[in-house]
Design a protein around this ligand. Structure first.
Ligand SMILES: Nc1nc2c(c(=O)[nH]1)N[C@@H](CN(C=O)c1ccc(C(=O)N[C@@H](CCC(=O)O)C(=O)O)cc1)CN2
Length: 268
């Protein structure tokens, strides 16, 4: 039993996805709703939960008569954090375990430290146990691989984040590929990214920035399915997975700084 939490999550997710056929006990049904928030939730990702009253802050008119809404991300983030904290609390009651997240930092980049600080604070707020593995800039690739291997095999660690970018002499692809797909909460492992790109397949995790964008739209009452959208940028962390997610909703196209952006089409 390498990872109790991941395993119970998978089986419960299956129940969540096929809820009409499941006859789950009260404890497992509460767990499945616990875990819904933490997973990719692909099948229901396009359902509109209804606008939250404070989500739209203002409406401004553009010259062409179209209007734009400003989404209040902070209030939505607060609501999501409160929901997750509540669900983790229930998870602790039912399986007497709290989720564990390990973050690997290589080198002393100030921006990476800042991002990690934000992630640690968010985890603390919602009740996720954190482990930080820090390496100096000059460490070897093998040292990083060894710690990732240890985290892959640690049952208290349910999620692993290797903060990017890594120093030049460390092969990012090799490290990212080495993270267990079942603990790849960033969704960067080729298995998860590949499944995101393929119709009918389900990644275990979706990169957080794209998932956050979709979540902001859905919680603001925006119907996504069939709309036109253009994603500017095709980075593997944000742009590319965002356009993959939107394609699932038959929405959106991706353009970058290369090529003629004006002729870049979008599709329904
Ligand atoms: N393992 C990972 N490494 C990196 C990731 C990641 O998701 N996983 N993403 C970035 C760094 N990062 C978080 O780690 C991150 C970068 C930027 C932002 C962000 O919100 N940027 C805003 C500006 C915010 C502000 O200035 O207030 C923006 O670009 O509009 C969040 C997180 C690389 N490494």
């Amino acid at each position: 039993m390498r990872c109790l939490w991941a395993a119970s999550w998978r089986s419960l997710r299956r129940k969540t996805l096929h809820s009409s056929t499941s006859s789950s006990s009260p404890s497992s049904s509460s767990l499945s709703s616990n875990l819904k928030l933490l997973g990719p939730n692909l099948p229901d990702v396009w359902m509109v939960p209804g606008p939250s009253s404070s989500a739209f802050r203002s409406q401004s008119s553009a010259a062409n008569g179209q209007t734009a809404n400003v989404i209040n991300g902070k209030s939505i983030a607060r609501a999501i954090r409160a929901e997750i904290a509540n669900e983790i609390c229930r998870m602790k009651e039912t399986i007497v375990k709290s989720p564990g997240l390990a973050i690997v930092l290589v080198g002393g980049r100030r921006d990476s430290r800042t991002f990690i600080r934000v992630k640690l604070k968010a985890c603390e707020e919602v009740g996720i146990t954190t482990y930080v593995e820090e390496f100096p800039e000059e460490c070897t690739e093998d040292e990083v691989l060894r710690v990732v291997s240890r985290l892959n095999n640690n049952p208290s660690v349910n999620g692993i984040i290797v903060q990017l970018p890594l120093p030049q002499h460390v092969d990012e692809e090799r490290i990212v590929n080495f993270v267990s797909p079942e603990k790849d909460v960033d969704g960067f492992h080729p298995l998860n990214m590949g499944n995101l790109a393929m119709k009918g397949r389900e990644p275990l995790f979706i990169p957080c920035a794209p998932k956050g964008c979709i979540e902001l739209l859905l919680r603001s009452g925006v119907e996504i399915m069939g709309k036109r959208a253009v994603v500017v940028g095709r980075s593997k962390i944000v742009g590319l997975p965002t356009s993959l997610l939107l394609q699932l909703a038959k929405t959106g196209s991706c353009c970058s700084g290369y090529g003629d952006q004006s002729s870049s089409g979008s599709w329904r």
